[in-house]
Design a protein around this ligand. Structure first.
Ligand SMILES: [Zn+2]
Length: 270
């Protein structure tokens, strides 16, 4: 059982430096089998060309969109095998509450352990949506006691596994009876976008990812993942990027009217 509890502080968005982070991801992409040809066509096939970039848009304008199916079908092609990058361990709570929230985080591939969860004294639990489903069903069936979370549930989703559906929301409400916040994570576990208390779309995380809407498909570029560099990766989702200030007060742009067309990727579904 891989379970740990973290105290979350209300951290601000990271400072500027997105170009440097993008350059780091591009350099790492040069070490993969699949990216160099694509980077070459974009005149980004050498370290010198990457270092000469003046802004992130400069790179985005040149790189072709990488279809989601191609990326997940040939993941090893887009992996920098010279690097082992641990998944991000920190979770950013959607609410800037004081005192800081105590959140129990369950990572991918773990089964819920009700007794340890209860003993953790956590006010919130954060876990992959599949883990939350299992936990919620066990609570509903009476197999384990209702979860003790008094504050909120955070569901991690990713491009590969799909998102939180309406059925999930109903199930989680019955089982947990606290607000749900969905957070989209990259392959490295970094937060790409997350739901806020207004529950009107999801706020992008500008320090971790660049989002674009191209022919209504949302396209994402990671600024953090050097093991599986996601460079203009098609999400299979449609939606719009809205720059208006949200009802929650945050000014980071939001993904609105999201429709997730993507079914589980060929690799996972197979
Ligand atoms: Zn908001």
């Amino acid at each position: 059982m891989f379970l740990f509890t973290v105290i979350l502080k209300g951290r601000r968005d990271p400072p500027a430096g997105r170009l440097a982070r993008l350059q780091g991801v591009l350099h790492s992409a040069l070490q993969t089998p699949g990216y160099p040809g694509r980077l070459d066509l974009a005149s980004l096939g050498t370290q010198r060309e990457i270092d000469a970039l003046v802004c992130p848009d400069d790179a985005l304008e040149r790189l072709p969109v990488l279809p989601r199916e191609e990326f997940f079908r040939s993941l090893n092609q887009f992996r920098n095998s010279r690097l082992v990058q641990p998944r991000a361990a920190a979770t950013k709570h959607p609410l800037d509450v004081q005192p800081a929230q105590k959140v129990t985080v369950l990572r991918h591939g773990v089964e819920p352990d009700a007794r340890r969860l209860a003993q953790s004294g956590a006010e919130s639990v954060a876990a992959p949506v599949g883990t939350l489903r299992r936990l919620a069903r066990e609570i509903e069936s009476g197999a384990i006691a209702p979860a003790p979370f008094s504050h909120s549930v955070i569901a991690f989703t990713d491009l590969d596994q799909g998102g939180v559906g309406e059925e999930d929301r109903a199930l989680f409400w019955r089982a947990f009876q606290v607000p749900l916040f969905e957070q989209y994570l990259g392959m490295d576990g970094a937060l790409l976008a997350g739901e806020c208390e207004a529950h009107r779309g999801v706020h992008i995380e500008p320090g971790n990812a660049l989002w674009e809407s191209i022919a209504s498909e949302l396209v994402v570029t990671s600024l953090t993942d050097r093991q599986y560099p996601a460079l203009r990766l098609g999400t299979g989702w449609t939606g719009e990027l809205n720059p208006d200030t949200c009802g929650c007060g945050k000014t980071t742009p939001r993904l609105l009217n999201l429709v997730r067309l993507a079914s589980p990727s060929p690799a996972r579904a197979g």
